[in-house]
Write a protein that binds this ligand. Structure first.
Ligand SMILES: NC(=O)CC[C@H](N)C(=O)O
Length: 196
């Protein structure tokens, strides 16, 4: 299983470490051609405006949309979640517009710029250790989107078929189960293609 991490800006090496702990190969992705060899792609946290700009500059917008359109799994964490969203609260333009949800940036308030918590996530047995850093939240989701976890009644993890998104940084702890969950999504995709 080969999982790429978009390496234009943000927390890349930590994601690669978690992917490898989850038993897959992690690859830093800097050029669109590299997408071809992947079974899944992670869009990391960082600064969504910067990531969006660099994605446009290096041709990743169309390439990642095509990647996702094939049914290949994409996982956005924090800024990566913002980049995946169809709508961004207060902004006219979104980025990839892959996932049917409206997100709100820096939504947890200044006094709580960053914090950690143990989060129950649907599909994972015990709570997941989650690090929130100037995190976005998911304000609303469309019909095809399943909510996997909430924090103080706000949606912070969601899945739409082969698309997964979370508000926090799952790669900044030793808990790699969300990465394992994503690797399982990539395995399921690969099996479905091989069965054809
Ligand atoms: N840790 C993060 O990825 C923060 C996201 C950042 N606040 C943004 O709006 O893009």
């Amino acid at each position: 299983m080969k999982i790429g991490v978009l390496a234009l800006q943000g927390a890349v090496t930590e994601h690669i470490r978690s992917i490898e702990r989850a038993g897959a190969e992690g690859i830093a992705i800097k050029q669109v051609q590299q997408l071809e060899e992947l079974d899944g792609l992670i869009l990391p946290g960082g600064e969504s405006t910067t990531i969006g700009k660099l994605m446009r500059k290096y041709g990743f917008m169309e390439a990642i949309r095509a990647f996702a359109a094939e049914g290949k799994p994409v996982f956005g964490t924090c800024a990566g979640l913002i980049v995946m969203a169809k709508h961004i609260h207060g902004q006219d333009e979104a980025h990839l517009e892959l996932m049917d949800m409206t997100v709100s940036r820096n939504a947890f308030g200044r006094q709580r710029e960053s914090f950690e918590t143990d989060l129950p996530v649907k599909g994972i047995d015990e709570t997941v250790r989650a690090v929130f850093i100037r995190a976005p939240l998911i304000e609303s989701v469309g019909d095809g989107v399943e909510v996997l976890s909430t924090y103080n009644d706000e949606i912070v993890t969601a899945r739409q078929g082969h698309l997964l998104a979370c508000s926090y940084h799952p790669e900044l702890t030793d808990d790699y189960r969300l990465h394992a969950y994503f690797v399982d999504m990539a395995k399921a995709y690969k099996q479905s293609v091989e069965a054809k």
